[in-house]
Write a protein that binds this ligand. Sequence first.
Ligand SMILES: Nc1ncnc2c1ncn2[C@@H]1O[C@H](COP(=O)(O)OP(=O)(O)OP(=O)(O)O)[C@@H](O)[C@H]1O
Ligand SMILES: [Mg+2]
Length: 265
Amino acid sequence: MIKVKDLKFKYQGANQYALDNVSVTIPRGSYVAILGHNGSGKSTFSKLISGLYKPTSGEIYIDGIMIKKNSLRDIRKKIGIIFQNPDNQFIGSTVEDDLAFGLENANVDREKMKKIIQDLAAKVDMENFLDREPNSLSGGQKQRVAIASVLALNPEIIIFDEATSMLDPKGKEDVLKIIKDIQKTREKTLISITHDMDEAIMADYCIVFSKGKIIAFDESKNILNNSKIIEESKIDSPFIYKISSKIDGIKPTYDIEELLENIWK
Ligand SMILES: Nc1ncnc2c1ncn2[C@@H]1O[C@H](COP(=O)(O)OP(=O)(O)OP(=O)(O)O)[C@@H](O)[C@H]1O
Ligand SMILES: [Mg+2]
């Protein structure tokens, strides 16, 4: 469980809070989409809960343990984050080294490690790039390696910060499939920052940020059916919702089955 209490954060030299009194509890094993306009504080929030930034004030608890200097090392092991920009996310000199890094730290034996690396690389469609230098890859390929490297560490909480924004439609679909696979077991908490409302509708909950504050937190279908929130936070609505709200005499819905039933009535 992630519990955030009265969190405030101001960047050095800034005159406004990037996060202003944010409180939220994210249940363990849930899949949460974080929505909000550009600059609303989504990435800042994800860096704070990963322990990469220190709160200006307020508290963050991961599984009941407050993030502070002496708990930071243990908490960082629980959280994997894949950033918006795949550059500077690599430690190894080859893709294989990069994937091996976390496994070596966890003392996985050599033979097992080879198999795990092969499987992870195949999962993100990068098995033919294992001996390449990460920085010589395209943006989308880098992003796939970054995802595999985080999966290799097997963290309890995985944060995707617009991880699909560099990917082509096939790449996006692959990553969404990985997210769905992870979610199936319900063993990990998944947080996905996204502008893609067709992804957001897959999540259990949506958190909506606006100007450094959380303005809504509810089940995804409630958020994405709420035109007031959609308007206020300048987020988009899902494709099915957009279509259904354009058809005369049909109640707008996010649910394709409901739309079809209403059309055929
Ligand atoms: N390194 C920084 N130094 C100073 N201000 C920053 C820094 N990073 C972000 N900010 C500011 O903090 C606020 C929140 O930024 P943040 O990156 O969290 O937004 P975001 O919701 O992730 O936006 P986007 O959808 O564009 O990724 C913005 O006003 C931004 O200008
Ligand atoms: Mg961001």
